[in-house]
Design a protein around this ligand. Structure first.
Ligand code: GLU
Length: 421
């Protein structure tokens, strides 16, 4: 992976489970509930036959893991990547349960994925993979069951195909079956920017705690997909100095701050941040270790690990991606006093506005962008304060505080419901 180095010290599920175990012990969670919540409710594996453009037939492995329905229907993205595995999807599904509980929205967690390389697929092939994947999991999804959304390498168009496939099977249009759709098909205003906006809101709150002004805050963003590019765009507009940005091909750096609108134009033409004339090139391996105040890993898993955590210069880490830090790296960052805003809090803006989209679709009544942004801010600030206060009260870091708060809320719902037999 040219610009992005990862190290799997633990698998994504193992990382989730290690944190879950620490939090469950600290909560004195009963052993049965610990067993119940540590594993998913349901794991679906499908093998998707697809006719390729050249007439040959390929078979792709697809997954949907539903971790919990304790607090409501399952919710979570679908990713397309050659590295997708059942273990990864299982870990990310549980993370969605914790994320929805932290922002206190009435959903459980799920995640899906198809092992494929979207860069090598034509639009027609992508559409056929999406439709057949949706058809294979159709009995298990829907507005009251499990609501998919975009994730790594999936977008509004893919959500439109999923919504259409679902609707054709049930013989009427069900906009609330999927979120992250185009606005003209029942998507929500503000959904595209929501994850990046949530990262910025969390960062604003952290700066407030440290009494640091936005204008003198230097930010490095790893990853320039939906989350990274929107975070960079919104934070640049708010006055932050975005000094470095990278993508899978490499990075660019400018100590005086990058001109993000010009960089966005450059990326829409050349498809990469590399060769941007307004900055110097930086090697992927050193990128995360550049001098800065805030680091936003918004690319992929396990990029901050035991071998590079001690060289991270940032004082604030805003986890735009899911699971970018391994548990051994957590301890190093904590010892060094880095203020970590964990993924299940930092990137929860996306699923929060997905919830707004689902509510709007079910009402058939659509909100203005400023309404959406205002409601997102209220939820994100409350969640930030809840996690940080919980951590202070129980003398644990923000990561474990987030897990404890979330597990406590989910366990409470499970206790009220009891176990169906
Ligand atoms: N894929 C996003 C996440 O990991 C959004 C999920 C959603 O909107 O359901 O949080």
């Amino acid at each position: 992976m040219g610009g992005i180095e990862t190290e799997r010290e633990l698998s994504v599920y193992e990382s989730m489970a290690a944190r879950f175990d620490v939090a469950a012990r600290k909560l004195h969670l009963d052993e049965g509930l610990t067993r119940y919540l540590r594993c998913p409710n349901r794991e679906i594996i499908v093998h998707i036959p697809v006719e390729m453009d050249d007439g040959s037939v390929e078979v792709f492995d697809g997954y949907r893991v539903q971790h919990s329905i304790a607090r409501g229907p399952c919710k979570g993205g679908v990713r397309y990547s050659p590295n997708v595995t059942l273990d990864e999807i299982r870990g990310l599904a549980a993370e969605m349960t914790w994320k929805c509980a932290i922002v206190n929205i009435p959903f459980g967690g799920a995640k899906g994925g198809v092992a494929c390389d979207p860069e090598k697929l034509s639009r027609g092939e992508l559409e056929r993979i999406t439709r057949r994947y949706t058809a294979e999991i159709l009995d298990y999804i829907g507005p009251e069951r499990d609501v998919p959304a975009p994730d790594m390498n999936t977008d509004e168009q893919i959500m439109a195909w999923m919504m259409d496939t679902y609707s054709m099977h049930v013989r009427h249009t069900v906009t609330a079956s999927v979120t992250g759709k185009p606005i003209d098909l029942g998507g929500s205003r503000g959904r595209r920017e929501a994850t990046g906006r949530g990262c910025m809101i969390c960062c604003d709150q952290a700066l407030k705690r440290f009494g640091k002004p936005v204008e003198s805050t230097r930010v490095i963003v790893q990853g320039f997909g939906n989350v990274g590019s929107q975070a960079a765009r919104l934070m640049h507009r708010a006055g932050y100095k975005i000094t470095g940005v990278s993508d899978i091909h490499g990075g660019v750096f400018n100590a005086r701050g990058l001109d993000i609108p010009s960089l966005l134009d450059h990326v829409s033409e050349s498809k990469s941040v590399t060769d941007f004339p307004g900055g110097e090139p930086v090697d992927g391996a050193e990128f995360l270790e550049l001098d800065c105040d805030v680091l936003i890993p918004a690319a992929t898993e396990s990029v901050i690990h035991s071998r590079n955590a001690s060289r991270i210069k940032a004082r604030i880490l805003v986890e735009g991606a899911n699971s970018p830090t391994t548990p051994p790296a957590d301890d190093i960052l904590f010892d060094r006093g880095v203020f970590v805003i964990p993924d299940i809090l930092a990137n929860a803006g996306g699923v929060t506005v997905s919830y707004f989209e689902w509510v709007q679709d079910r009402q058939g009544y659509y909100w203005s962008e400023s309404d959406v942004n205002e409601k997102l801010r209220t939820i994100q600030v409350a969640a930030f304060n809840d996690v940080v206060r919980y951590g202070e009260k129980h003398a644990v870091n923000n990561r474990i505080a987030g897990y404890m708060l979330a597990i406590d809320r989910v366990a409470f719902a499970l206790k009220l419901r009891g176990i169906y037999a």
